[in-house]
Design a protein around this ligand. Structure first.
Ligand code: TRP
Length: 329
């Protein structure tokens, strides 16, 4: 069975874009592969979060993944910092990661632009830690979005470099997990691009119904079609796209016909869409709340995840040490 590793950013509050883009696929993937899902809380140190935020972010994102259907009995769900073995592999890989290649990484250059007063070494070596995360479980596949492809390429390079240096075939070179058609992009409600946290146009799984209604009612549309079968404007097309994903096909057909015949009332369409989003998010939101109210359950999940992940990681470290020449007397 293939091993899959996936790192989850530790800033919580999943929105519909995260859910339909990634999380839903992760839930499916856990049935088919040996999955390691972890919250990348070492990586998050690059931005210097305060301790209280660190803890509450981890707790929140953990509860959200569990509520979305990651099953800790099936997948290995753990917190990165509970498996300090990864730090040792990170240190080892750093010895063969070169300043030039790290400085050329797109994500590093972006950070240099965005946070010029905090260009720390952790940022520079971010791809090395990510490589360690992946190869410590000797993964074959990594589900990544476009923005992580370069990191994955570097992971392959670091794995290959280790193998070549020690003349072994120890680390597999992991490939991107290709979702193909299943990767659905959720549009934003502001008439442009995709839904994103930093774009400020997200509908979050934790949003209460009133908040969802408010956000949907504010969505950008237009002054209405004036010709039969007119192509919807970008904002209106986004509403239809969301309906396609979340609403009953009969509602989609109904509003498409109303649009085609220029009789559509966007207010009615938004009301319908808001209720359909609420029907989808309500059970998830309630599960998140009940999980957060059960610290004993969270502790058991985290402890058993750490135990399973450390078993796999410590085996790799033992073998890597042997390969490198750290041997017993
Ligand atoms: N860099 C990834 C992101 O920003 C998170 C991440 C860290 C990751 N380590 C990983 C993803 C290992 C996949 C595998 O989303």
């Amino acid at each position: 069975m293939e091993t899959v590793v996936s790192g989850i950013r530790s800033t919580g509050n999943l929105h519909l874009g995260n859910y339909f883009g990634m999380v839903r696929n992760a839930v499916k993937m856990q049935q088919e592969s040996n999955c390691f899902f972890f919250i990348a809380d070492y990586h998050s140190l690059t931005t210097h979060p305060n301790p209280a935020d660190m803890h509450s972010n981890i707790r929140q994102i953990l509860a959200e993944y569990l509520a979305c259907g990651i099953d800790p009995e099936v997948a290995t769900l753990f917190i990165q910092s509970d498996v300090p073995e990864v730090c040792e592999l990170y240190l080892i890989l750093n010895m063969n990661a070169y300043k030039g290649e790290l400085e050329r990484t797109a994500s590093f250059k972006e950070k240099v632009r965005r946070q010029p007063d905090n260009i720390n070494a952790g940022l520079l070596t971010y791809p090395v830690l990510m490589a360690a995360d992946i190869i410590i479980h000797r993964a074959h596949k990594v589900p990544v979005g476009k923005d992580q492809e370069q990191h994955l390429e570097m992971t392959r390079r670091f794995a290959r470099r280790f193998n070549t240096m020690y003349n072994v075939e120890y680390f597999p070179e992991p490939d991107a997990y290709n979702f193909g058609e299943q990767l659905i992009k959720i549009p934003g409600l502001d008439g442009t691009g995709k839904m994103g946290k930093s774009e400020g146009n997200g509908i979050f799984l934790t949003d209460p119904p009133a908040e969802i209604r408010k956000k949907v009612m504010r969505a950008v549309t237009d002054s209405g079609p004036t010709r039969r079968n007119q192509k919807p404007s970008p904002g209106t097309a986004n509403l239809f796209a969301l309906m396609e994903i979340l609403s009953d096909p009969s509602s989609v057909d109904y509003f498409r016909e109303k649009h085609a015949s220029c009789e559509i009332r966007y207010g009615d369409m938004k009301k319908q869409l808001a209720e359909d989003i609420i029907s989808f998010t309500t059970p998830v939101r309630e599960r998140i709340e009940s999980i957060l109210a059960d610290p004993g359950y969270l502790r058991r999940v985290v402890d058993s995840g750490a135990e399973k992940a450390r078993e796999s990681a410590s085996r790799t470290i033992r073998e890597v040490r042997e390969i490198i020449g750290y041997r017993q007397f």
